[in-house]
Design a protein around this ligand. Structure first.
Ligand code: KIV
Length: 265
């Protein structure tokens, strides 16, 4: 049976020119990806945040290529329409061009994903160019780079205008089809957005970006612990789950569940 047409990389890039604002959400499993696709977001990102929000680790560094592919395969299988992008986990884009192509190639071959995302600016231009030349579309990730948390000394707003402009121009020139801008002051993100021909997808980067991305667990109110200022919560699924589990527990204890209609004759 044929599936609906998926959003392609060139169509995604063209959203900037047409002024269509782009919605991106992360997903890490089949049922969530199906629901987000049904909701009509343009892109689903299998982010390395899975290290934190699925695996319960303290940052994004521990997740492996094999684990990313395991989750990306579920998401890729679920999606009919959205563009699927998968993060290159730390340090897979820093191991040389051949290794980067091998890893990104594995991700695309094994997951139905159409592109990879990698953290980095000007210093990653050569890798972005090589991946693009190999037919592997790249979404760059500039501004705050969570994989560099130890070097940065924490998750901080990035304010170095000259560096950020250099990065945005370099990744565009190297062939990236879009870029995430994380934790950049809104005015500076607007300047970066105007300076490049590819869409900027903001997270903590204000309203002038061409699109916005959120971690799905933040959106749904599932995140345990610290939630950054930029993460708007649209639902409180955590409470819904706790309430349902408590009600089940109470009904098992009282004998109200299972009732007659849940029994076989
Ligand atoms: O890994 C991720 O989820 C991301 C988004 C926060 C942009 O990179």
């Amino acid at each position: 049976m044929s599936r609906p047409k998926r959003i392609t990389v060139p169509e995604f890039t063209a959203f900037k020119k047409s002024g269509h604002k782009i919605s991106v959400l992360t997903a890490y499993d089949y049922p969530t990806a199906r629901l987000l696709d049904e909701a009509g977001v343009e892109c689903i990102l299998v982010g390395d945040t899975l290290s934190m929000v699925v695996q319960g680790r303290e940052n994004t560094l521990p997740v492996t290529v094999d684990e990313m592919i395991y989750h990306a395969e579920m998401v890729g299988r679920a999606v009919d329409r959205a563009l699927v992008v998968v993060d290159m986990p730390f340090p897979s884009n820093h191991l040389g061009i051949h290794k980067a192509i091998e890893t990104a190639g594995r991700i695309l071959k094994q997951s139905r994903a159409q592109a990879v995302k990698l953290e980095g600016g000007a210093e990653q231009a050569e890798t972005i160019q090589a991946l693009t030349n190999a037919g592997i579309p790249v979404m760059a990730h500039c501004g705050l780079r969570p994989q560099s948390v130890h070097q940065l000394g924490g998750y901080r707003v990035q304010r170095d205008r000259e560096n950020l402009l250099d990065d945005a121009r370099a990744v565009t020139h190297a062939g990236a089809f879009a870029m995430v801008l994380e934790c950049v002051p809104a005015k500076l993100a607007a300047e970066l957005t105007a300076a490049v021909s590819i869409p900027t997808i903001g997270i903590g980067a204000g309203a002038a970006c061409d699109g916005q991305v959120l971690v799905v667990s933040d959106l749904l109110g599932l995140t345990d612990g610290y939630v950054p200022k930029f993460a708007k919560q649209y639902a409180n699924i955590k409470q819904t789950i706790v309430d349902a589990a408590k009600q089940f527990r109470d009904e098992v204890r009282s004998g109200a569940f299972p009732a007659k209609e849940h029994e076989y004759e």
